[in-house]
Design a protein around this ligand. Sequence first.
Ligand code: SAM
Length: 294
Amino acid sequence: MLVDRYGRVIRHLRISVTSKCNLKCIYCHMEGELPSDDEMSVEEIARICKAFYDLGVEKVKITGGEPLLRRDIVDIVQNLPPFREISIVTNGTLLSKLSHDLKEAGLNRVNVSLDTLNETKYKLITGKNMLKNVIEGIYAACDAELFPIKLNMVVLRGINDDEVEDLLEFASKFNKDGINVILQLIEVVNMPDYYVDLSELESKFSKIAEKVIVRGLHSRRQYIFKNKAVEFVRPFHGEFCMHCTRIRVTSDGKIKPCLLRNDNLISLRGLSYDETIEAIKKAVALREPFFKNA
Ligand code: SAM
């Protein structure tokens, strides 16, 4: 098992497979990585993931850039070790074509970024007219039962902060026979002009919730009421870092112990399996909470 100096057990791996994207979101933090053309191969991704798996990591999330732009994304998924959960975070624009093949390859679930249901705002946020493709992608993911699907909504002041109820209503349409689609509300990082503190909204949902699930990762709360489910991701919340059980790998094969730092990366390129294990242990020893007691 991997445990850092602060007693945080590493259970989640977030691995980027490309830094390329077909959208240009105004707020994008690119998972904290610099653009790179030096993408890992299917074999490298498999070796790195196997090492994390053997060290006790339970869940992997594939991200990017836009991971579905990789032509070999189905192979990538197929070659992963049998994690308890394999998921992808995607902008959804290419999901309608790929959902079923990904499910067959072993994908368990998806997060789809959906900040708005309004075409004009979608173009304003992402630079593209692709809302229709995303909605089709969500329907295809439902058809392939990539559940639970989380709809990632980054709440932006003056742009989409009036749409939370609409998005919640949209998500609940898929929840007739249980919670299949969860709305995930995310506080924007590094964009003070758009920042919305979600504490008030979270407190409102906590009062009407019939059930509250506190997740191990970041101590995130999920509130369930009727056929609706909403989860909060608040990186500036004090518990976020102290309960961070996640480690990242960039698309060019470097371990990134913290989303918010770039000065302690460790390369896994060209290493044997044993060397990969040693490098991962070294990276875990470097981990420390970015906000220690915010
Ligand atoms: N292209 C994929 C997508 O759109 O989901 C995967 C990469 S994207 C960087 C992963 C997630 O990070 C998305 O849900 C996105 O909304 C979120 N994200 C990006 N920049 C952010 C920021 N500045 N603050 C909070 N979340 C952000």
